[in-house]
Design a protein around this ligand. Structure first.
Ligand code: MLT
Length: 267
């Protein structure tokens, strides 16, 4: 589906009924990465999965895409869909940065947070230099250079050896990111605020999921969020890298479903 928001034709899926669940994808991915979740969870919840600006089927706009801008795009989508009740916000990696920005700006809209393969900290000085290098490389060699670099480390060793179909599928999804979208997202992530102080203020149930073999964001980042967010639950999934929702889809769905059901019971 596609919806015209104030300055954006936003592509999204909206499947199922009940507790709204907003799925925010990572970089340089799109909503296709949530296919196993959309299929399994739409029997229990209303699953809304947008393509962020410049990713998948949502066209690029001039950057940088700040995490706040991307969070507000998600809110605009919820409003356009007339979803006024509180939503479970689930974001992976960059989607997690957007989820934290969403909570910072619109806490009254959030029923629960699911932070997957992500971190609260801002980029380190070295991380910022790497963002510029990646943007430069994308400009010079094309977006496929970034896709190749990400593809070499985004999954667990187990997935690379046992599931070549998934490796090829992830490459296909990443290949849909436009050059402009890629550069604008890199700039936005480079500039993003440190959310560490926010963690102690989170008052909604929070589930943190991380792959045991994540080579992009270290497990210690998930553990730090777990310590700082009151009553948060931490799940480490075995044989999973940066995309545990795809690498361990069944286990991931089970955790997410239990979390959503608990939120329903707590209401
Ligand atoms: C992502 O998966 O969204 C990115 O790897 C996050 C990042 O580069 O910080």
């Amino acid at each position: 589906m596609e919806l015209v928001l104030p300055d954006l034709n936003m592509a999204f899926d909206d499947v199922g009924h009940g507790q709204p669940l907003l799925l925010i994808h990572g970089f340089p991915l799109n909503r296709e990465m949530w296919k196993p979740q959309i299929e399994a969870l739409s029997a229990h919840a209303r699953v809304i999965a947008p393509d962020l600006r410049g990713h998948g089927e949502t066209p690029p706009t001039p950057g940088p895409y700040t995490m706040e801008m991307l969070a507000d795009d998600c809110l605009a989508l919820l409003k356009a869909l007339e979803i006024m009740e509180r939503v479970v916000v689930c974001g992976l990696s960059m989607g997690g940065y957007v989820s934290l920005a969403f909570y910072r700006r619109h806490p009254e809209r959030v029923a629960g947070l699911v932070l997957v393969s992500t971190r609260a900290a801002a980029d380190t000085p070295e991380g910022k230099i790497n963002r510029d290098r990646a943007a430069e490389q994308a400009r010079e060699e094309g977006p496929q250079a970034i896709v190749a670099a990400m593809l070499s480390k985004i999954l667990s060793p187990h997935t690379y050896s046992q599931n070549p179909g998934l490796v090829a599928g992830v490459e296909r999804i990443m290949a849909k990111t436009s050059l402009e979208g890629m550069i604008a997202a890199l700039q936005g992530m480079k500039e993003r605020a440190d959310s560490t102080d926010l963690l102690g203020q989170i008052k909604v149930p929070t589930l943190i999921i991380h792959g045991a073999d994540d080579q992009i964001i270290a497990i210690r980042e998930a553990e730090a969020m777990h310590r700082a967010i009151k009553n948060a639950q931490l799940v480490i999934l075995p044989h999973a890298g940066h995309l545990p929702n795809l690498e361990q889809a069944q286990l991931f769905n089970k955790c997410l479903l239990e979390f959503i059901k608990k939120i329903g019971l707590d209401k």
